[in-house]
Design a protein around this ligand. Structure first.
Ligand code: SAH
Length: 222
């Protein structure tokens, strides 16, 4: 009986997940690799069960420590801008729920992710492991990057930064992409920095988003 109910719920989640993918397409997401990952990764597993009925709405939802799992459109847009190929080495700053890390794993990237809150680090490590996504996680300040595994083909910052962190630019591979929201604490423009040479960086700016603050050495102070 219980198992039957569980299967029924999974079926409902699958349907809603398909509808979310259609919604992302209607909002302009085109990268098939991104859409395929969204069709696969069970977002409802990355949030509190009390909220799982809202898992496939295109909205940010609260997680612990006053943080949020980003809006699906935002995750999709950042991932599309990163232009991830299978096998790419990717660094994420702000693991949060672990959902963005799972999307990147589903796309075949080798994923490294840093979270400053121990409790979120513990939770995301457990859920990613349980679902079979192999990401290397670390608890600490991600604004200084993770030099041990640098350089990266792509870096994504999933919290709002006051400036582009220099340490992250320095850890980009040639042709690497850094996607980071930059602005004040109420809104940020999405930046993509592409490294063309040792000291040759191209900066593009995209639309406005609203993220929780990036806190750390090259972020906001507490
Ligand atoms: N990518 C996440 C989004 C979480 S919200 C997801 O898919 O759920 C952003 C996260 O960044 C929060 O969990 C916050 O604690 C974390 N964060 C903020 N500043 C940070 C820093 N300097 N280093 C690492 N994590 C940071």
């Amino acid at each position: 009986m219980w198992n039957q109910k569980k299967t029924q719920n999974e079926r409902i989640f699958n349907k809603r997940r398909e509808a979310l993918v259609d919604e992302l397409v209607s909002k302009g997401i085109q990268d098939e690799r991104v859409l395929k990952a969204f069709a696969e990764v069970p977002r409802h597993k990355f949030i509190d069960t009390a909220l799982s009925h809202r898992a496939y709405e295109d909205s940010a939802l609260p997680i612990e420590m006053g943080q949020t799992i980003s809006q699906p459109f935002t995750v999709a847009k950042q991932t599309e801008l990163m232009d991830v190929e299978p096998g790419d080495k990717v660094l994420e700053i702000g693991t949060g729920s672990g959902y963005q890390a799972a999307i990147l794993c589903a796309m075949g990237a080798k994923v490294y992710s840093i979270e400053r809150h121990q409790i979120l680090y513990d939770r995301s490590r457990d859920i990613l492991k349980q679902l079979g996504y192999r990401a290397e996680l670390k608890c600490g300040d991600g604004t200084v990057g993770w030099s041990a595994y640098a350089p990266y083909d792509a870096i994504v910052v999933t919290a709002g930064a006051p400036v582009v962190p220099e340490a992250l630019k320095a850890q980009l591979e040639i042709n690497g992409r850094l996607v980071v929201p930059v602005g004040d604490e109420s809104k940020q423009a999405m930046y993509r920095i592409t490294r063309h040479g040792d000291d040759d960086f191209e900066e593009e700016r995209f639309s406005i988003f609203k993220f929780v603050p990036l806190i750390g050495k090259e972020g906001w102070s507490k």
